[in-house]
Write a protein that binds this ligand. Structure first.
Ligand code: AHR
Length: 510
């Protein structure tokens, strides 16, 4: 009996230290991880644009070029922001772009009715945004007003930013505003959340409206990508109707929005959260995998060749605002929990890069899961920034398939996969593997079996901290930052490492 109990307890303890097994197929890469998966989103909301990017032209003491903060641009250049969505969000379907061009003292004001009823003076408009994208080296993604606009207004916007000089009144207007050459904007959203703040439409109705707007977005011989306002979360019928009712020669992508949230009624704090709240957010974040797979399966039915992309143009964690801040400004801190959301979500996008060809984190500065927070002249980089910077090695690299068998991270009867991973090979033949251990308490040992390559060196970087609730503050902006990780052991075709609880590691193999 004693013997039996001993062997049972041995088996139990072996199970609890079971390793996580990954098989990496280094010679089976096929699909490219579009750099646009690492895209961002900037709305006229709170201090994303005003105070975040833009400090105005009136002698701000913050270093700027034409009102755009230089510290922010420098940080975002290191991040390699590929694409930036603007001006919303819900704001987009109230925005009339002609109010935001020409002499600033002549631009009419409006109330920003979605976000706090604050005055929008239109001092940051089309020229300011597109010039800023040039400074950043990012492709602009303009979200057109469908909810309260007109096909004419959107068609004029295309002409204003893209048509050659002298071809019609809109490019002439651009010239008068000091910009002779077109900006060649490729990415165009036709409305935002048309099922909600963008007009409360039914999918059949929106599909018709889309067809009408898309028809007049004429851009000569230059290709533009028209992106349909997509589903919220698991609204699969939305994707089904759009894929069925919109001809695919006028549809380049269908969007999807999914926020990691505990519940809309009780979002929980962004910093002093409990482990239960963390677990619940990670359940919501990891749901992205199922959403991407199920929306993609519907798209496959209508578009087996995957011509139409799935664009997740809003994603990220959403919590209660920081105490004392305007509730309509959605300003929240960013902890190691957000690093877990970012790392796992980007792995999901990488692994589904055959269909997911753009994604935009909501939102880039001072709103929701930001990469930068600002406080007057101060700026800090969040843990999410560091994950996106560590992961930018995957941009435009070839995705390498992996299989993953891993331990669970449990909370009561609920379970989540403790490990998330993705891998790619860049143009120089260098392989990168990004790994996340979301377990709040346990170190995880990871074994990677390599097929199809003989690597001889491994280096890496790790992001972690003492507590899951840790964050970078204006007083201590560098508390969390990536450091060298040199504890991965490579021998022949196997790579072994131990991942601390709530950590992100990116390895480089040559
Ligand atoms: O990102 C904040 C808001 O969330 C956006 O304006 C809207 O599209 C979504 O509901």
């Amino acid at each position: 009996m004693k013997k039996l109990l001993l062997s049972i307890s041995l088996l139990v303890s072996l199970a609890s230290i079971a390793q996580n097994e990954i098989v990496l197929q280094s010679d089976k890469g096929k699909d490219i991880i579009s750099k646009n998966i690492y895209g961002h989103f900037a709305e006229h909301l709170g201090h994303c644009i005003y105070g975040g990017f833009y400090v105005g032209d009136n002698n701000s003491k913050i270093a700027n070029t034409n009102g755009v903060r230089l510290d922010v641009i420098a940080a975002l250049k290191k991040l390699k922001v590929p694409v930036l969505r603007w001006p919303g969000g819900c704001f987009a379907d109230t925005y009339h772009w002609k109010d935001g061009i020409g002499a600033k003292d002549k631009r009419p004001s409006m109330l920003n009715v979605w976000w706090g009823n604050v005055k929008e003076d239109n001092s940051f408009g089309t020229n300011e945004f597109l010039n800023m994208c040039e400074l950043l080296g990012a492709e602009p993604y303009l979200s057109g007003n469908v909810g309260s606009g007109s096909p004419q207004e959107l068609s004029d916007w295309v002409k204003y930013v893209n048509h050659p000089n002298g071809s019609s009144p809109m490019p002439d207007l651009r010239l008068q505003n000091g910009r002779p050459n077109p900006w060649h904007v490729k990415y165009w959203g036709i409305g935002n959340e048309a099922w909600g703040c963008g007009g409360n439409m039914k999918p059949e109705y929106y599909a018709n409206v889309y067809r009408q707007y898309a028809t007049f977005m004429n851009n000569g011989n230059e290709k533009i990508y028209r992106i349909a306002s997509g589903a919220s979360d698991a609204d699969y019928n939305w994707t089904e109707v759009l894929m069925r009712d919109i001809p695919h020669n006028m549809l380049d992508a269908v969007a999807l929005h999914h926020y990691s949230i505990i519940s809309w009624a009780k979002k929980g704090p962004s910093t002093n959260f409990t482990e239960e709240e963390y677990f619940s957010i990670m359940q919501s974040a990891l749901q992205m995998n199922e959403l991407v797979e199920k929306h993609s399966a519907i798209m496959d039915k209508y578009d087996p060749k995957k011509k139409v992309a799935l664009v997740v143009d809003e994603w990220g964690g959403w919590y209660e605002v920081e105490p004392g801040s305007n509730p309509a400004f959605l300003f929240q801190q960013n902890t190691m929990r957000d690093a877990m959301i970012a790392g796992t979500t980007l792995n999901i996008f990488n692994n589904h890069c055959d269909r997911v060809r753009m994604a935009n984190l909501a939102q880039i500065i001072n709103v929701l899961q930001s990469v930068i927070l600002t406080k007057e002249e101060k700026i800090l980089l969040t843990p999410t920034y560091h994950v996106m910077e560590m992961y930018n090695v995957h941009q435009d690299a070839t995705m390498l398939p992996i299989t993953l068998n891993c331990n669970d991270y449990t909370m009561g009867k609920e379970k989540l996969k403790a490990i998330s991973a993705s891998a790619s090979m860049d143009k120089n033949g260098v392989t990168h593997i990004s790994l996340v251990n979301i377990d709040a308490n346990k170190e995880q040992e990871v074994n990677i079996n390599i097929n199809g390559a003989n690597y001889t060196s491994v280096t890496g970087r790790i992001l972690t901290s003492d507590k899951l609730q840790d964050y970078n503050s204006f007083e201590n902006p560098n508390k969390i930052k990536p450091v060298i990780f040199n504890q991965a052991i490579l021998s022949k075709n196997s790579l072994k490492l131990k991942m601390p609880p709530f950590s992100v590691i990116v390895l480089e193999l040559k």
